[in-house]
Design a protein around this ligand. Structure first.
Ligand SMILES: Cc1cc2nc3c(=O)[nH]c(=O)nc-3n(C[C@H](O)[C@H](O)[C@H](O)COP(=O)(O)OP(=O)(O)OC[C@H]3O[C@@H](n4cnc5c(N)ncnc54)[C@H](O)[C@@H]3O)c2cc1C
Length: 224
Protein backbone atom coordinates (compact mmCIF):
# COMPACT_ATOMS: atom_id res chain seq x y z
CA UNK A 1 0.00 0.00 0.00
CA UNK A 2 1.16 3.56 -0.61
CA UNK A 3 0.64 6.49 1.74
CA UNK A 4 0.65 10.07 0.49
CA UNK A 5 2.13 12.85 2.59
CA UNK A 6 -0.57 15.51 3.03
CA UNK A 7 1.25 18.00 5.24
CA UNK A 8 3.81 18.33 8.02
CA UNK A 9 4.51 20.67 10.93
CA UNK A 10 7.80 21.16 12.77
CA UNK A 11 6.69 20.86 16.40
CA UNK A 12 10.08 21.02 18.17
CA UNK A 13 13.70 21.31 17.09
CA UNK A 14 14.37 18.18 14.98
CA UNK A 15 10.86 16.81 15.51
CA UNK A 16 8.18 16.78 12.84
CA UNK A 17 4.47 15.92 12.88
CA UNK A 18 3.44 14.25 9.60
CA UNK A 19 -0.07 13.78 8.22
CA UNK A 20 -0.45 10.97 5.68
CA UNK A 21 -3.38 9.72 3.66
CA UNK A 22 -4.11 6.14 2.55
CA UNK A 23 -6.27 5.12 -0.44
CA UNK A 24 -8.72 3.26 1.85
CA UNK A 25 -9.63 3.89 5.51
CA UNK A 26 -6.82 2.68 7.75
CA UNK A 27 -7.92 0.19 10.41
CA UNK A 28 -5.78 -0.03 13.51
CA UNK A 29 -5.90 -0.16 17.29
CA UNK A 30 -4.49 2.94 19.06
CA UNK A 31 -0.89 2.14 20.00
CA UNK A 32 -0.05 0.20 16.82
CA UNK A 33 2.66 1.16 14.35
CA UNK A 34 3.12 1.21 10.58
CA UNK A 35 6.23 0.07 8.73
CA UNK A 36 7.42 2.41 6.02
CA UNK A 37 10.00 1.47 3.39
CA UNK A 38 11.97 3.16 0.67
CA UNK A 39 14.95 2.50 -1.57
CA UNK A 40 17.72 4.68 -0.20
CA UNK A 41 21.18 4.63 -1.81
CA UNK A 42 20.39 1.33 -3.51
CA UNK A 43 19.16 -0.37 -0.34
CA UNK A 44 15.59 -1.11 0.68
CA UNK A 45 15.20 0.32 4.19
CA UNK A 46 12.19 -0.28 6.46
CA UNK A 47 11.40 1.41 9.77
CA UNK A 48 8.50 1.23 12.22
CA UNK A 49 6.59 4.33 13.39
CA UNK A 50 3.83 4.52 15.99
CA UNK A 51 0.61 6.01 14.69
CA UNK A 52 0.12 9.27 16.58
CA UNK A 53 -3.66 9.72 16.29
CA UNK A 54 -6.77 7.62 16.98
CA UNK A 55 -8.35 5.99 13.88
CA UNK A 56 -9.56 8.75 11.55
CA UNK A 57 -10.62 7.33 8.20
CA UNK A 58 -7.95 7.68 5.52
CA UNK A 59 -5.70 9.91 7.58
CA UNK A 60 -2.94 8.99 9.99
CA UNK A 61 -0.33 11.03 11.85
CA UNK A 62 3.29 10.28 12.72
CA UNK A 63 5.65 12.08 15.07
CA UNK A 64 9.27 11.69 14.14
CA UNK A 65 12.67 12.55 15.44
CA UNK A 66 15.24 13.34 12.78
CA UNK A 67 18.16 11.05 13.69
CA UNK A 68 21.32 12.73 12.36
CA UNK A 69 23.05 10.30 9.99
CA UNK A 70 20.07 7.93 10.35
CA UNK A 71 19.34 5.71 7.36
CA UNK A 72 15.61 6.45 7.15
CA UNK A 73 14.34 9.38 9.20
CA UNK A 74 16.25 12.06 7.17
CA UNK A 75 14.62 10.57 4.06
CA UNK A 76 11.15 11.11 5.57
CA UNK A 77 12.12 14.67 6.50
CA UNK A 78 13.06 15.28 2.85
CA UNK A 79 9.55 14.37 1.62
CA UNK A 80 7.31 17.12 0.26
CA UNK A 81 3.51 17.13 0.44
CA UNK A 82 2.11 14.99 -2.39
CA UNK A 83 5.01 12.51 -2.26
CA UNK A 84 4.20 8.85 -1.58
CA UNK A 85 5.84 6.14 0.48
CA UNK A 86 5.43 2.38 0.67
CA UNK A 87 3.82 1.18 3.90
CA UNK A 88 2.52 -2.01 5.47
CA UNK A 89 -0.67 -2.57 7.43
CA UNK A 90 -0.57 -1.43 11.07
CA UNK A 91 0.77 -4.02 13.51
CA UNK A 92 1.70 -4.34 17.16
CA UNK A 93 0.47 -5.48 20.53
CA UNK A 94 1.15 -2.22 22.42
CA UNK A 95 -2.58 -1.53 22.60
CA UNK A 96 -5.29 -0.95 25.18
CA UNK A 97 -6.66 -4.17 26.73
CA UNK A 98 -10.24 -5.04 27.64
CA UNK A 99 -11.26 -4.30 30.30
CA UNK A 100 -9.26 -1.13 30.76
CA UNK A 101 -7.94 -0.21 34.19
CA UNK A 102 -6.74 3.00 35.73
CA UNK A 103 -3.73 3.75 33.49
CA UNK A 104 -0.35 5.42 33.67
CA UNK A 105 1.31 6.31 30.37
CA UNK A 106 5.06 7.00 30.59
CA UNK A 107 6.87 8.43 27.57
CA UNK A 108 10.13 10.08 26.70
CA UNK A 109 10.68 12.06 23.48
CA UNK A 110 8.82 10.78 20.42
CA UNK A 111 7.65 7.88 22.59
CA UNK A 112 4.67 10.16 23.15
CA UNK A 113 3.30 9.21 19.68
CA UNK A 114 1.22 6.11 20.58
CA UNK A 115 -0.15 7.86 23.67
CA UNK A 116 -1.60 10.67 21.57
CA UNK A 117 -3.57 7.89 19.82
CA UNK A 118 -4.50 5.96 22.99
CA UNK A 119 -5.39 8.83 25.31
CA UNK A 120 -8.79 9.93 23.93
CA UNK A 121 -9.91 6.30 23.73
CA UNK A 122 -8.72 5.35 27.24
CA UNK A 123 -10.20 8.49 28.79
CA UNK A 124 -13.68 7.44 27.70
CA UNK A 125 -13.66 4.80 30.43
CA UNK A 126 -10.75 5.16 32.90
CA UNK A 127 -8.56 7.81 34.56
CA UNK A 128 -5.20 8.32 32.84
CA UNK A 129 -1.97 9.89 34.10
CA UNK A 130 0.61 10.86 31.47
CA UNK A 131 4.18 11.22 32.72
CA UNK A 132 6.21 12.76 29.89
CA UNK A 133 9.95 13.36 30.01
CA UNK A 134 12.01 15.42 27.59
CA UNK A 135 15.21 17.39 27.73
CA UNK A 136 14.03 20.93 27.05
CA UNK A 137 10.71 22.73 27.46
CA UNK A 138 10.61 23.28 23.68
CA UNK A 139 10.49 19.47 23.27
CA UNK A 140 7.23 19.00 25.20
CA UNK A 141 5.47 17.64 22.11
CA UNK A 142 1.70 18.29 21.90
CA UNK A 143 1.86 20.15 25.23
CA UNK A 144 -1.03 22.48 24.38
CA UNK A 145 -3.25 19.54 23.45
CA UNK A 146 -2.49 17.69 26.67
CA UNK A 147 -3.03 20.82 28.76
CA UNK A 148 -6.39 21.37 27.07
CA UNK A 149 -7.46 17.78 27.74
CA UNK A 150 -6.39 18.20 31.38
CA UNK A 151 -8.54 21.34 31.71
CA UNK A 152 -11.52 19.58 30.13
CA UNK A 153 -11.29 16.25 31.98
CA UNK A 154 -10.88 15.63 35.71
CA UNK A 155 -9.90 12.06 34.70
CA UNK A 156 -6.60 13.18 33.16
CA UNK A 157 -3.37 14.25 34.85
CA UNK A 158 -0.48 15.56 32.75
CA UNK A 159 2.94 15.39 34.44
CA UNK A 160 5.68 16.83 32.24
CA UNK A 161 9.29 16.76 33.41
CA UNK A 162 12.48 18.27 31.96
CA UNK A 163 16.02 17.00 32.33
CA UNK A 164 17.47 20.34 31.14
CA UNK A 165 15.07 23.00 32.46
CA UNK A 166 15.78 26.66 31.87
CA UNK A 167 15.80 29.11 34.76
CA UNK A 168 12.17 30.13 34.18
CA UNK A 169 10.80 26.57 34.45
CA UNK A 170 9.00 25.98 37.75
CA UNK A 171 7.65 22.49 37.00
CA UNK A 172 9.12 19.02 37.52
CA UNK A 173 12.70 18.35 36.62
CA UNK A 174 14.81 15.24 36.18
CA UNK A 175 14.00 11.93 34.56
CA UNK A 176 10.60 10.25 34.53
CA UNK A 177 12.05 7.68 36.93
CA UNK A 178 12.09 10.38 39.66
CA UNK A 179 8.34 11.01 39.36
CA UNK A 180 6.86 7.51 39.42
CA UNK A 181 5.61 7.88 43.00
CA UNK A 182 3.76 11.08 42.17
CA UNK A 183 2.18 9.42 39.11
CA UNK A 184 1.15 6.34 41.08
CA UNK A 185 -0.19 8.35 44.03
CA UNK A 186 -0.55 5.33 46.31
CA UNK A 187 -2.71 3.31 43.91
CA UNK A 188 -2.17 -0.41 43.17
CA UNK A 189 -4.81 -1.57 40.65
CA UNK A 190 -3.09 0.15 37.76
CA UNK A 191 -1.80 -0.66 34.30
CA UNK A 192 1.43 0.93 33.07
CA UNK A 193 2.33 1.68 29.46
CA UNK A 194 5.92 2.64 28.69
CA UNK A 195 7.20 3.97 25.38
CA UNK A 196 10.54 5.37 24.27
CA UNK A 197 14.13 4.30 24.11
CA UNK A 198 15.21 0.98 25.59
CA UNK A 199 17.24 2.45 28.48
CA UNK A 200 14.23 4.31 29.93
CA UNK A 201 11.78 1.46 29.35
CA UNK A 202 14.02 -1.17 30.99
CA UNK A 203 14.83 1.11 33.91
CA UNK A 204 11.22 2.08 34.63
CA UNK A 205 10.07 -1.53 34.30
CA UNK A 206 12.67 -2.60 36.88
CA UNK A 207 11.65 0.20 39.26
CA UNK A 208 7.96 -0.73 38.98
CA UNK A 209 8.77 -4.36 39.72
CA UNK A 210 10.78 -3.26 42.77
CA UNK A 211 7.70 -1.34 43.91
CA UNK A 212 5.74 -4.59 43.82
CA UNK A 213 3.85 -4.27 40.53
CA UNK A 214 3.34 -7.44 38.51
CA UNK A 215 4.85 -7.75 35.04
CA UNK A 216 1.34 -8.28 33.66
CA UNK A 217 0.56 -4.72 34.72
CA UNK A 218 3.36 -3.33 32.53
CA UNK A 219 3.20 -3.02 28.73
CA UNK A 220 5.96 -1.43 26.71
CA UNK A 221 7.18 -0.38 23.27
CA UNK A 222 10.89 0.17 22.66
CA UNK A 223 12.10 2.33 19.78
CA UNK A 224 15.68 0.98 19.65
C1 LIG B 1 7.56 -0.19 17.17
C2 LIG B 1 8.41 1.04 16.89
C3 LIG B 1 7.79 2.28 16.78
C4 LIG B 1 8.56 3.42 16.53
N1 LIG B 1 7.94 4.62 16.47
C5 LIG B 1 8.68 5.75 16.30
C6 LIG B 1 8.03 7.04 16.28
O1 LIG B 1 6.80 7.14 16.43
N2 LIG B 1 8.83 8.12 16.09
C7 LIG B 1 10.18 8.03 15.93
O2 LIG B 1 10.84 9.07 15.76
N3 LIG B 1 10.81 6.83 15.94
C8 LIG B 1 10.08 5.70 16.09
N4 LIG B 1 10.70 4.47 16.08
C9 LIG B 1 12.13 4.40 15.72
C10 LIG B 1 12.24 4.28 14.19
O3 LIG B 1 11.79 3.02 13.76
C11 LIG B 1 13.70 4.40 13.72
O4 LIG B 1 14.51 3.55 14.48
C12 LIG B 1 14.22 5.83 13.81
O5 LIG B 1 13.46 6.70 12.96
C13 LIG B 1 15.69 5.89 13.39
O6 LIG B 1 15.78 5.36 12.11
P1 LIG B 1 16.94 5.84 11.13
O7 LIG B 1 17.00 4.88 9.99
O8 LIG B 1 16.81 7.29 10.80
O9 LIG B 1 18.23 5.68 12.03
P2 LIG B 1 19.26 4.44 12.04
O10 LIG B 1 20.21 4.53 10.93
O11 LIG B 1 18.46 3.19 12.17
O12 LIG B 1 20.01 4.81 13.40
C14 LIG B 1 19.61 4.21 14.57
C15 LIG B 1 19.89 5.16 15.71
O13 LIG B 1 18.73 5.95 15.92
C16 LIG B 1 18.39 5.92 17.30
N5 LIG B 1 16.95 6.15 17.38
C17 LIG B 1 15.95 5.35 17.00
N6 LIG B 1 14.74 5.94 17.22
C18 LIG B 1 15.00 7.15 17.73
C19 LIG B 1 14.18 8.21 18.14
N7 LIG B 1 12.84 8.15 18.05
N8 LIG B 1 14.77 9.31 18.63
C20 LIG B 1 16.12 9.39 18.71
N9 LIG B 1 16.96 8.41 18.34
C21 LIG B 1 16.41 7.31 17.85
C22 LIG B 1 18.82 4.54 17.73
O14 LIG B 1 19.04 4.44 19.10
C23 LIG B 1 20.13 4.39 16.98
O15 LIG B 1 21.18 5.02 17.68
C24 LIG B 1 9.96 3.32 16.35
C25 LIG B 1 10.57 2.06 16.46
C26 LIG B 1 9.82 0.95 16.72
C27 LIG B 1 10.50 -0.40 16.83
Amino acid sequence: MKATLVEFMDIAPGVRHFVFQTPAPLKFAPGQFVSLSADINGKNVTRAYSIANPPDGNRFDLCLNRVEDGAFSPYLFSMDPGATIEMREPLGTFTLPEPLRDSIFIATGTGIAPFRAMLPVALRSVPVTLLFGVRYESHLLYRIEFEEIERASSQFRFLPTLTQPNAAWTGRSGRVQNHLKEAIAGRTGLDFYLCGMRAMVDDVRALLKDMGFDRKQIRSEKYD
